[in-house]
Structures are given as C-alpha cells and as structure tokens.
Design a protein around this ligand. Structure first.
Ligand SMILES: NC(=O)c1ccc[n+]([C@@H]2O[C@H](COP(=O)([O-])OP(=O)(O)OC[C@H]3O[C@@H](n4cnc5c(N)ncnc54)[C@H](O)[C@@H]3O)[C@@H](O)[C@H]2O)c1
Ligand SMILES: NC(=O)c1ccc[n+]([C@@H]2O[C@H](COP(=O)([O-])OP(=O)(O)OC[C@H]3O[C@@H](n4cnc5c(N)ncnc54)[C@H](O)[C@@H]3O)[C@@H](O)[C@H]2O)c1
Lengths: 206, 206
C-alpha cells in the first residue's frame, strides 16, 4: 500500500494535472513540469508514476487523461465514502459549501451543530441538524468520516460521539490531540503548509 | 535552499514535535516515531534533521526543544511577515480567527471585503474594511502576503489589486488559476490531502 507521504505526492500530481487548462484528449505533460510545480525531483515523479503503470513516451511525456485516471484509481476516488461535518460555524460552513470533496469520492451527507439557534439554518446545500441526530444520520447514511470543525474544547466529546455513532475516520481541524480506539484513523489538519512555503520563498528571495 | 517538498516534510516534523504532550525540557523523540506519524521512512527523517545539524543520541533520540528551534530557524518563523485576508466570508472569517499563523511568523494585519454590509463588522480581532482601503493598509503595514478567500470569479481581480498594492506572495484558496508577474509567488490551497489520506486508509482497511 501507499504511505501517507506517497498519497501526498499523488495529490500534488493530481492537482497539477487536473489544473492543466489546455486539456484536450491528447494533452501530455512532462515529469519536469510536475517536478517544478511540486518542488521535487523529476526522477521521483517518474518512479511514482511507473509504480502505477504510467510511463511516458520520450519526446512527448505522460498522457494527462491516462495519468489522472490511474491516480484516481490508486487513491480510490471512485469508491464513494460519506462524511458528516460536526460544527456548523465559519470553517464548517465553508467546507459544507465547498464542492471539491466529491472529486475525491467523498460526499458530505450532514452538517451538525449544538447551538439551538443554528438548527434549521441552511448553509450551502445543507440544513443544519442538532448533534443529537448524529447517530441516526450516520447509521442511515453509513457515513464513515467525521469532519470536526468545533472549538478545541468540544473536539474530544465530538469525536467520542462520532465514534459511538459508527464513524471510523476523523478529519480533525480543532487542533487538539484526540484519544481514539485503535481501529479509528485520524488526520489532524493544520492549514499551514502552503503558508510556510510562501513564507520560506519570500524570506529567502534573492 | 529547501524544495517545497522539504518544507512540507519539515512542517510534518514541526507539527509532530509541537504536539508532544509530555514536553518537559528534556523530552526526546525518535525518528521512528516521526516516521510513523508521517508515514515516512525513518532514514529520511534522520537525513533531513542532520541537514539542519540535528543529530540524535543513540538510545535517547532527538531533543524536542533543540529540534523545534532548528526547524523554526530553517523555515524562518522568527522573521515576521504580514498578511492580509481578502474575502471576509466563511473561510476568510475562519482564517482571521485562527491563532496558529503566528506560530509560523505570519501576522494577519487586515481583513477586507467588497460587500458594503460587511464593512465595519467585527470578525475575531478584526474590523472588516472595504477593499478600496487595501493599498493603504498594505503599504502602511508592509504586508507581503495576500490570502484570497473570495469566490472563484473574483480571484484574478483580487490578485491584481493585491499585487498592485505591493503584495509579493499569494495564498490562493479560490481554486482558480492566476496570471501573475514573475516576481510574485503563489500557493494554491486545496484543503484535501488529509481527506485523501483518510479515504485511502478506510478504503484499504483489511
Ligand atoms: N488550520 C486549521 O486547521 C484551522 C483553521 C481555522 C480554524 N480552525 C479551527 O476550526 C474550529 C472551528 O473554527 P471556526 O472559526 O469555524 O469556529 P466557529 O466558532 O465559527 O464555529 C464552531 C461551531 O461549533 C459549534 N459547536 C460547539 N460545540 C459543539 C459540539 N459539541 N458539537 C457540535 N457543534 C459544536 C458552535 O456552535 C459553532 O457553530 C476551531 O477549533 C478552530 O481553531 C482550524
Ligand atoms: N479547500 C479549499 O481550498 C477551500 C475550502 C472551502 C472554500 N474554498 C473557497 O474559498 C472561497 C471562499 O469560500 P467561502 O465559503 O468563505 O465563501 P463566502 O461566500 O462565504 O465568502 C466570500 C466573500 O468574498 C467576498 N467578495 C466577493 N468578491 C470580492 C472581491 N472582489 N473583493 C473582496 N471580497 C470579495 C464576498 O462578499 C464574501 O464575503 C471560495 O472560492 C471557495 O470555493 C476553498
């Protein structure tokens, strides 16, 4: 299987390729182009693509459509997983209105909050539900992922509720450590790497 | 200098180390622990740390405080850069209220919007200003980074205004390609890698 770091690299390639504006059916790209956009070595790009049976033609490079399909396949994007968002505040609302998660085969199927005045509000395509209805929705939808966008002090309790409801994967934006059963996977999201890269370039500009 | 991919790895290490709960002044960690958390190879972790003069003591591992300081130094986190946020909607508001950017040496110094009804609203510690005041604030504050959290159709125009005002780095959340002068750097943010990693683990769970 792939390591996290390999998944990260394939996501770099995915975004690079998906953003190619002049994508006609015969569009091609070179490992040098990918390497430059990701600040990587071209040989590692070629090695990763070869590992998923994508090889370039000398003089032409890699085929865009074929590469995108192979990456989607290895990352499982055509196998739909359902996710709930817990915490319908600013960040939760932004994620609920964001359409790109379906590109990765993840469908948001519910948006939850604890504040009574938020229940029933419409955010994007979702009506905010009270957290007490989380177990029912998770079961009905066979949701496997919970996205935590609650304040830090509510994160552990929200994670516990999600796991009790049947959730097996947690994408945690609240920045706190979580105590979780061994069979539950977690990713802590710090929206920061792009900023650190920008900062590095600006601080080291000649 | 570091490549983007190296900056990404140092950010992995930074978050791993910064999150160690039992950090007393003598706290140590092993490359195996870092490798496991990042899904990487331990030897690459050791190679990266050695490149910034951090070496472990056999039997004890790497010193937490020393490693954190060395990573902060190489990434330039003690050199303050100022940033403005353009687009005071859900995502912009969430980023404006988020305190972690100062960990990376980035200070938000203004939050802007085009909608008249948003001007004067308080979000987090900021009073929303109209975009017409962007050039003045950027100059007064010597801001070098613009964070774009506007709708896709407004992204190019917002980038143009920011660059005209003196901005040299753009962190773009709007998902569109941007035409920019050669001396302006850009990072496109797709908050997605953590979700792809979670999805991969769940789809491949044995
Ligand atoms: N880089 C990042 O990862 C990043 C960036 C921005 C914000 N954040 C974090 O994301 C979280 C949300 O930020 P925000 O600006 O949207 O905050 P917010 O205050 O706008 O929203 C939080 C929402 O959670 C709800 N809530 C509180 N307790 C709850 C519970 N037990 N169950 C369900 N809902 C509950 C609140 O009613 C509120 O609507 C915070 O922890 C913040 O620090 C992380
Ligand atoms: N993974 C990601 O990168 C990610 C996740 C969520 C949202 N997004 C994107 O972030 C952007 C903002 O999302 P949101 O949910 O906060 O939207 P939003 O509608 O809540 O906020 C957009 C704000 O931008 C303002 N605005 C419009 N034109 C402007 C201009 N020319 N100058 C200044 N302000 C202007 C609007 O008045 C509004 O307040 C969208 O492009 C969205 O697709 C990206």
């Amino acid at each position: 299987g792939l390591t996290h770091i390999q998944v990260e690299r394939f996501m770099h390639y995915y975004h690079f390729i998906a953003n190619r504006q002049d994508r006609n059916p015969d569009d091609t790209f070179t490992s040098a182009q990918v390497a430059e956009s990701a600040g990587m070595d071209g040989s590692l790009v070629r090695k990763d693509l070869a590992a998923i049976n994508i090889r370039g033609c000398s003089g032409r490079g890699f085929r865009t459509d074929e590469s995108l399909e192979a990456i989607r396949y290895i990352l499982g994007f055509d196998e739909i997983l359902r996710a709930v968002i817990i915490g319908a505040g600013r960040l939760g609302g932004a994620l609920a209105s964001y359409h790109s998660f379906t590109d990765y085969g993840v469908e948001i199927c519910g948006l939850f909050d604890i504040a009574p005045h938020k229940t029933g509000l419409t955010i994007g395509a979702f009506e905010v539900r009270h957290v007490s209805s989380l177990p029912n929705i998770v079961r009905q939808m066979s949701a496997s992922i919970a996205i935590l966008t609650v304040p830090p002090e509510a994160a552990q309790e929200s994670a516990d509720n999600a796991v009790a409801a049947g959730i097996r994967g947690i994408w945690n934006f609240a920045g706190t450590r979580l105590e979780l059963p061994k069979d539950v996977c977690v990713r802590h999201e710090h929206i920061s790497v792009g900023l650190a890269e920008l900062g590095y370039k600006l601080r080291n500009a000649t």
